[in-house]
Ligand binder design. Sequence first.
Ligand code: HDD
Length: 750
Amino acid sequence: RKPAEVVRNVVDAAAEKVAAALAPDAPGAPGSVPPPVEEPTTPQDPLPPKAEQGTPQTRTPTGARTGVPADAHAQQGAHLTTAQGARLRDTDHSLKAGPRGPVLLQDHHLREKITHFDHERIPERVVHARGAGAHGVFTGYGTAEAVTRAGFLRKGRETEVFVRFSTVLGSRGSADTVRDTRGFATKFYTDEGTFDLVGNNMPVFFIQDAIKFPDIIHAAKPHPDREIPQAQSAHDTFWDFVSLHTEAQHHTMWNMSDRGIPRSYRTMEGFGVHTFRLVNAAGETALAKFHWKPKLGVHSLTWEEAQLLGGIDPDFHRRDLYDAIEAGAYPEWELGFQVFPDTPEETFAGIDLLDPTKIVPEELAPVQAVGRLVLTRTPTNFFAETEQVAFHVGHLPPGIDVTNDPLLQGRLFSYVDTQLTRLGGPNFAQIPVNRPHAAVNDMLRDGFHQHAVHAGVAPYRPNSLDGGNPFPAGDDEHAFVDVPVTVAQAPKVRANPASFDDHFSQARLFWQSMSPVEREHIVRAYTFELGKCYHQAIRERQLRCLAAIDPVLCAEVATGLGLPVPEPTGPLPEVTPSPALSQVGREWPADGRMVGIVVDPDGDLDDVDRVRRSLLAAGLVPLLVAPHGGTVGDLPVQRTFATGRSVEFDALLLAGAPAPAPDAVGARDAKAGTPGAVAVDPRVLLLVEECWRHAKAIGAWGAGVDVLRQAGVADTPGVVTATTAADVVDTVGGLLARHRVWDRFPARIA
Ligand code: HDD
């Protein structure tokens, strides 16, 4: 499917769904007869995959399209069978010696069913275990042709992709919204071979050399004795390591910033982190860093939202990804390159391009867009696709090569090695989601889980028996280019270049680039995390690191911890802030933003309907919140006072002042003598209070204004009241473009 055809606006999709829900014969519509929900008694065709899931992969292990029916890899036929295809009468009872007798060992169906079940789990990823994925399409702009020969970047060239987002530290069942770095791994199925861009949502890394990877991960994972805490860095071993191994300080600062708690995968930037070497058709080279820029801008949760969501909806990010795709609000990013001359020093503006703890500020080297990624399809099966997808930084197409970054070099070993355990052998490239879409003729043979039936007798070169096949490709036949860089004559050492010793200047650059509210968040994050450490000496050591970054940051955190502020460590480096690093102060499309509308079933529902339609028309997603489920008037209710919680909404509208529902606990009477006092369901007040505290736009009209008064937030920044609903909705839409009502946060730290 072409992106232009598939990128429907959320408006149409959501409007269609609403219209369908409102149709007189729709299930649940007033007066309609619900279809019986019973187990069918005769075989029926299974449900096809949902439209947005597409059909399962139908490529052979060698990449050619098969023409095999779409369900060839799924379950076939209506009858229950054994794994060998023998039909079965019963799967509910074991074979026994009489109804009360012992189970017989000869029950081959029981043994097969239980044995397979016993082996259903595979080892989770040693890092990035929790993730969610989606299929999509990448379209090249043609703007990179001068610097790389990679075919998938040609103008208008479309390439299928699979993207997996992840958290680093938590196990498979951990919560989505923890404070952590996020993985952003993209598999481009190019016709010149698969390209994996295995990046993160932060442009720097904790360590400079891959040999330290086990150290940082052992420190960051839960404590080995008690296996806590899960999925987070707020503990002693993490802070012990990063305060001793100070090259981690820059990445740690990113984690403590709002980047560590994204609002959605759709609102994250992505980074290739390392510098790669590009080579063009003429064989000329350039160095480059890869960036993903989200169409919706970069937005984060607040820390309280992230914590609440950990309990209320631990699947918040994956749900958001799937819901957006299913609603037709396809997540979108532009791929961009920062390009640098390939000089022998491998530096740019004095920054060592081989040091993965450093960025090159965008103000010095602008990010140039080279293509567009649109995610259009959710996986059909989580395990088959998202769990089994295997990325590798060494999967490179002609035109993109590696550099000597010592972190990248070690990764080149690790990504295949880990799959041998995780996916059980060397043939993981034959798993459907990992199959290249280019023809494969690799002379690799046999091994566990070999799916290919290789013809021929000569998987070796040279040979005469298979007609000399396979033949090496020439430059003009899309062969991969190993750039012939000169390797310096140098002594064999275990050492870093001197430039790698600067551990603090870019952490300071990041801090200096933040707005006051972002600084406030950073201070609170450090204070929270260090406050969770048991060892005083570790807190004090980290405070000394902060003193080397910025005295204000250090003093604020020390005050929060109740510890003395350490002495300055010496003159601080002069840095030029990079405004591009701040998330605050710009406007972005509000497409797909969620707006909760609290309705009073006895209020003016025509007005509510008009508001809902105008939000849809603006590309926003309205969710009606009512005292009970089903419908209010003709309108479908999406959330009740029991199931709706503020953290799901980007903005809140109050279309009335619904009286406490019968299941309300702790409902108070209207405050006597308070102007406009009404009795409001305490859960509605909680919605308002939380939305206000999380700096979300709030709007009300009519009796809804009384609720604002009752909550004590009327006439405060970002709280919009007007006589007509239309005026309220207009203003709230404008506020949403800025993501939050930033004025509502204290801005103490200038
Ligand atoms: Fe890694 C997984 C990103 C350094 C070793 N890494 C993994 C994933 C991402 C990254 C996004 C999840 C892929 C997926 O969704 O399946 N890793 C990074 C980035 C790094 C980085 C951006 C630094 C710039 N990684 C890194 C080092 C090593 C590894 C230095 C080892 C020396 N990473 C692995 C791994 C994983 C992995 C053990 C676990 C599961 C897997 O590979 O398939 O090989």
